[in-house]
Ligand binder design. Structure first.
Ligand code: SF4
Length: 349
């Protein structure tokens, strides 16, 4: 089964594309103060290292807008300026080389939106029309406001538009994106807002974003979490790889264990994942493999056989499978070393 993606326009953001046939991209928003260039650059570098492909920063005053050009010189991913209330900051951000502007029509006047679109058009900078239910005027829907803003932008032939319609409610967010999907062909930035700490935020975001992705909706993703921004990136990657939309490394599957398990499966899997991640970071591109580490003979042989490589454990030992065939019996203490070595010899890491 494969997901049929909604057809969208392709919009260029710095060096990458959003929409069309471009891969669904990974975004995050830096949390440091944009005016503190060293702090924000160091956070963006950590995000880049984790796999973030587009980063947004808050531009809340002129100093932050001017800082954009210094930040840009020191990073390698597109930089998005997040603007609310003050249209002059959007203009300044464009002049200071932001690769994209996020504006919120819920707190920006129509005439100002038009001025921003005109400048963005001249400078070839895309704009995200970023609606949030929390800042949409009473009695107006996010969709109505998005449509009104699109019309306004189209009046000056500006079409480098990306749309987001976020709320803190999953049903409301899914419904808004689904309705909007049939009303335009602009690419969508997906996200659920105000999700809380990672424990709840990851579950809520995965349900919301996953539901939309399964319907073919979504061109770029930001998971919002109260906490480290790097975590947001790893969650987006996991959502995309769980749906087989993109792969970012090996997939390790393991059973939950039960009273039948006679090895320290959790310890083994944790060590294996850590070692594979270290190798991945050191070697760069990896052709992803599916690796099964299973606790006993109930589901173990089946999953191990269906994977590129796997172990079905027994009593302090296990049977190693490669490409569907039994290779040999190994001791529990050798599980991780054997898997890592075999994966190396398979030439994939
Ligand atoms: S594979 Fe075996 S050990 Fe793992 S959960 Fe299933 S029955 Fe339990």
């Amino acid at each position: 089964m494969s997901i049929k993606r909604r057809k969208t326009r392709k919009v260029k953001v710095g060096s990458i594309y959003i929409g069309g046939n471009a891969p669904i991209s990974i975004q995050s928003m830096a949390k440091a103060d944009t005016r503190d260039v060293n702090a924000i650059v160091s956070e963006i570098k950590r995000l880049q290292g984790a796999g973030c492909e587009i980063v947004r920063v808050a531009v809340k005053d002129k100093e932050a807008a001017h800082a954009l050009k210094d930040i840009k010189k020191r990073i390698n991913i597109p930089l998005v300026a997040d603007i609310h209330f003050d249209p002059r900051l959007a203009m300044l951000a464009i002049e200071n080389h932001a690769d994209k502007i996020r504006i919120n029509p819920g707190n920006t006047k129509k005439n100002d939106l038009l001025d921003i679109a005109n400048l963005a058009k001249t400078k070839k900078i895309p704009i995200r029309i970023g609606l949030n239910s929390g800042s949409t005027p009473k009695g107006v829907t996010m969709i109505a406001l998005a449509q009104e803003t699109i019309k306004l932008f189209q009046r000056c032939s500006f079409r480098d538009i990306i749309i987001s319609l976020k709320s803190s409610n999953i049903l409301e967010t899914v419904d808004a994106y689904r309705r909007m999907a049939v009303l335009c062909d602009y690419p969508f930035h997906l996200g659920l807002t105000a999700t809380g700490l990672p424990e709840s935020g990851i579950v809520k975001s995965s349900i919301c974003i996953g539901t939309l992705l399964l319907s073919g909706i979504g061109d770029t993703i930001r998971v919002s979490l109260t906490g480290d921004s790097v975590k947001e990136v790893s969650v987006v990657k996991t959502i995309l790889s769980s749906l087989d939309i993109r792969r970012f490394g090996h997939e390790v599957i393991s059973c939950p264990t039960c009273g039948r398990c006679q090895v320290d499966l959790e310890g083994i899997v944790k060590e294996l994942v850590e070692r594979l991640e270290q190798k991945g970071r050191a070697k760069g591109n990896i052709r992803p493999l599916r690796i099964a580490v299973m606790g006993c003979e109930v589901n173990g042989p089946g999953e191990a056989r269906d994977s590129d490589i796997g172990i079905a454990a027994g009593k302090h030992s296990g049977v190693l499978f490669k490409k569907g065939k039994i290779v040999r019996k190994i001791e529990e203490k050798d599980f991780v070393d054997t898997l890592v070595k075999e994966i190396d010899t398979m030439g994939h890491s």
